[in-house]
Design a protein around this ligand. Structure first.
Ligand code: SAM
Length: 273
């Protein structure tokens, strides 16, 4: 298969932008290249020209393309120690507002949101929150809304939960059949799901907490900087910003407007306009 260099990838992002309306020029090119190569292998396409032709002749729909290009890997209680720390932070959000507004940006198939709902339920805070969960990928959002997890994945999810809370029982939040676990409809009803692209994001509301974990890792520094600036604008004063444990904001232009609440778990607090 043809090796894709920077020039080819640039040409491809232009075609994708034109055809599907999504601008991938701010994505980290190494992972973007890996995903493109994977799609080309899957579709048995050998060269860039063939791939462009494939896109242009509608052999690849916008939805299919987005689903293949994005990395949707997620887990319930991913990084269990993060959730233990978050449980101590969440009650502090009620000091700012009677209704706590939380946004999960890049929620994938929803496991992060379900984890949040479980923690809020355990804290007795479930009726004090408004939750927005968003992703660019409409097919993964549909899955998130359904609250359906295959039993294959539940093994790891249950292990994560035990690491977060050794005395708890995560099964009480699910109904099970032979193949799937179905997340509590009552808890799920607290969430609004919405398709939102973080590229060219404009402020649309104010939040007390924004979680954007393991999403910006796929973007270059320029795009991360732009998004972090917008998140800062979209947070209430003393609101929390949370990124993935392998990510950070301390290098960014917005860093001096946040305090670090927890270094390992990447929890930050806005303290300057
Ligand atoms: C690895 S998942 C992270 C899921 C969850 N936050 C977690 O940490 O487990 C990354 C998600 O980011 C989404 N994503 C990628 N580019 C995006 C964009 N431009 N706007 C919004 N979401 C995006 C992907 O569709 C994917 O569902």
């Amino acid at each position: 298969m043809e090796e894709l260099g920077i020039t080819e990838l640039k040409r491809l992002t232009e075609v994708i932008h034109q055809k599907f309306g999504y601008d991938f020029s701010g994505y980290a090119m190494s992972s973007f290249k890996r995903r493109i190569t994977r799609i080309m292998e899957l579709k048995k396409v050998n060269s860039l020209d063939q791939f462009i032709q494939f896109i242009e002749t509608k052999n690849l729909t916008k939805e299919d393309f987005l689903h293949e290009i994005t990395v949707n890997v997620t887990e319930l209680f991913r990084d269990p120690s993060f959730w233990r720390v978050l449980k101590t932070v969440l009650p502090k959000t009620t000091l700012n507002s009677p209704k706590v507004k939380i946004w999960h940006a890049g929620c994938s198939s929803g496991e992060e949101v379900y984890s949040m709902l479980i923690v809020l339920k355990e804290l007795g805070m479930i009726d004090m929150v408004e939750i927005l969960a968003s992703d660019i990928d409409s097919s993964i959002l549909k899955k998130a809304k359904e609250g359906k997890i295959s039993l294959r994945n539940m093994e790891l999810n249950e292990k994560n939960y035990i690491r977060y809370n050794p005395t708890g029982d995560v099964k009480q939040y699910f109904l099970y059949d032979n193949d799937y676990a179905y997340f509590s409809k009552e808890l799920l009803s607290k969430v609004t799901f919405k398709e939102i692209n973080l590229v060219n994001l404009q402020p649309f509301a104010k939040f007390d907490m924004i979680l954007c974990r393991n999403v910006m890792i796929y973007f270059n520094q320029n795009l991360q900087n732009q998004i972090l600036k917008t998140y800062h604008e979209m947070l209430q004063m003393y609101g929390y910003l949370i990124v993935g444990t392998k990510e950070s904001i301390i290098w960014s232009d917005s860093a001096n407007k946040f305090l670090t609440v927890n270094t390992e778990e990447k929890i930050y607090k806005k303290y300057k306009d």
